[in-house]
Design a protein around this ligand. Structure first.
Ligand code: OOG
Ligand code: NI
Length: 456
């Protein structure tokens, strides 16, 4: 089969992302309400802040804004994780980053499946935060064996999805028809089921060990537990939620509000209590929630170190987990510590704190036509021939992710695990290495510099 007849992986991902959004809107109507609020806020920002609009146009992000979203799932076994990696590969998604959530009392470690090249991200930035349950953290031997047995029995992929994954690997791609069928088949893995695979008694045992363990073990598959749209102003969405009948969590995770957003800010609304039929009687379970994110500049290792240091300083001074009662003080502490993080792109670039993309300006192109250009990037910037825009952060933050988990699992779900992070074990389960996100940003920045230098 020739490459020409294969569907483009980025298009398959875009189509899958649309299908997921449609399914989730039907399953969780509040997600649809949230999408409307985000669209209103984004329109407002673009109308009233011409500089933001200009920058979105310059980078092309304006085209991906409306379709931008991430989801999250949790799986129970190495085989499930490894097969997911193969399924996501059909859509051009690779595992980026390693997140250890055990220090925050959540018995999982995770990666994010996403596209890695800026052009692919431009077509569809869809990402899936994927967590693997660490069964070894269940202390009770009997319960651990029971959980492993239940998980070993389930098959989370449809037979046809597995066939199409194999076909993709053998042939190097899928035809348009097969790709369309693949999207429908893949969707089945992430669908919500209101029936559980265990008795109410066993569910309660698992739940008592950790709510997350029950969420993974007691169900037929890794239901998508949230889909998150991207907003240009998360504070406006946070304030607007109650007016739409949505109750937000107490604190926005991540850095404080700034003129030049960095990394990722997130907030969510609490998981819904949903009726479940267990194998013997009925009960309920809460897993699915709504989340909103605002993305800012991707930071270099130096910038990230400063971010971690300032975040930790604020949290140390707070002295306890951020919650409803201390939310105002936490926000003030973040404001205070983050004074030390420069709030202009100019300074962030000069100090090597963030990654950037470069574009020739109109005067730069005119100067090139007159043969008046130097090929030194810094000089071109000074002369106004080249401008820069920050690279968007495409990944997640472990402390924030822990906060999102906690707000949905309830504060009583905090356990203390003595174990340390285990990226090797995770990669063994995954069947491959996770990619280093910092290298991906550095690659994109380098390609951008090369393009601008060649262009002028
Ligand atoms: C994932 C929670 C983390 C994020 O955006 O950081 C997360 C989960 O609840 O499975 O979604
Ligand atoms: Ni999320």
């Amino acid at each position: 089969m020739s490459t020409a007849s294969f569907a483009n992986r980025d298009d398959i991902r875009a189509s899958f992302s649309r299908a997921m959004s449609h399914m989730y809107k039907t399953e969780v109507p509040l997600y649809g309400t949230l999408m409307e609020l985000v669209a209103e806020v984004n329109d407002g920002v673009m109308t009233h802040q011409p500089n933001v609009l200009e920058s979105l146009k310059q980078t092309g992000e304006i085209q991906r804004l409306d379709m931008e979203r991430h989801g999250a799932i949790r799986v129970g076994t190495a085989l499930e994780l490894a097969t997911l990696a193969r399924l996501f590969a059909v859509m051009g998604m690779e595992p980026v980053g390693y997140y250890d959530l055990t220090p925050a009392g959540v018995p999982v470690h995770s990666t994010a499946f996403r596209a890695v090249h800026e052009q692919s991200l431009q077509t569809s930035p869809f990402r899936v935060f994927t967590s693997l349950l660490r069964l070894e953290l269940i202390e009770n031997d009997e319960l651990r064996t029971f959980a492993a047995q239940v998980l070993a029995k389930r098959e989370i992929f449809t037979p046809r999805a597995l066939e199409l994954i194999q076909q993709h690997e053998k042939d190097g791609g899928l035809s348009e028809t097969d790709a369309a069928e693949f999207v429908q088949q893949a969707l089945e893995t992430f669908r919500w089921h209101n029936t559980a695979t265990v008795s109410l008694h066993d569910y309660k045992q698992l739940n008592a060990q950790h709510r997350l363990i029950a969420d993974v073990v007691a169900f037929r598959g890794p239901h998508i537990n949230h889909l998150t749209p991207r907003t240009l102003d998360i504070d406006a969405v946070q304030v607007g939620m109650p007016g739409k009948g949505i109750t937000p969590k107490a604190v926005v995770e991540g850095p404080p509000r700034r003129n030049c957003p960095i990394l990722l800010r997130q907030t969510s609304f609490k998981a819904l209590e949903e009726a479940i039929t267990f194998i013997d009687e009925s009960g309920s379970h809460s897993a699915r929630f709504g989340e909103i994110e605002q993305r800012g500049a991707a930071l270099t290792p130096k910038g990230r170190e400063l971010y971690d240091q300032l975040l930790n300083a604020a949290r140390d001074e707070l002295g306890e987990f951020p919650n409803e009662a201390n939310a105002v003080r936490y926000a003030q502490l973040l404001e205070k510590t983050f004074q030390a993080f420069p709030d202009s792109y100019q300074e962030m670039r000069e100090q090597g704190l963030a990654y950037f993309r470069y574009f020739p300006t109109d005067t730069g192109i005119a100067a090139r036509n007159n043969g008046q250009l130097s090929n030194d990037l810094e000089q071109q910037i000074k002369a106004g021939h080249v401008r820069f825009e920050p690279l968007v952060y495409e990944d997640f933050l472990p402390v924030s992710a822990a906060g999102i988990f906690q707000s949905n699992l309830g504060d009583d779900a905090q356990s203390h695990y003595a174990t340390s992070s285990n990226q090797d074990e995770f990669q063994k389960a995954l069947g491959r290495q996770t990619l280093n996100e910092l290298k991906l940003y550095a690659d994109t920045q380098r390609r951008s510099i090369e393009t601008v230098i060649n262009l002028i």
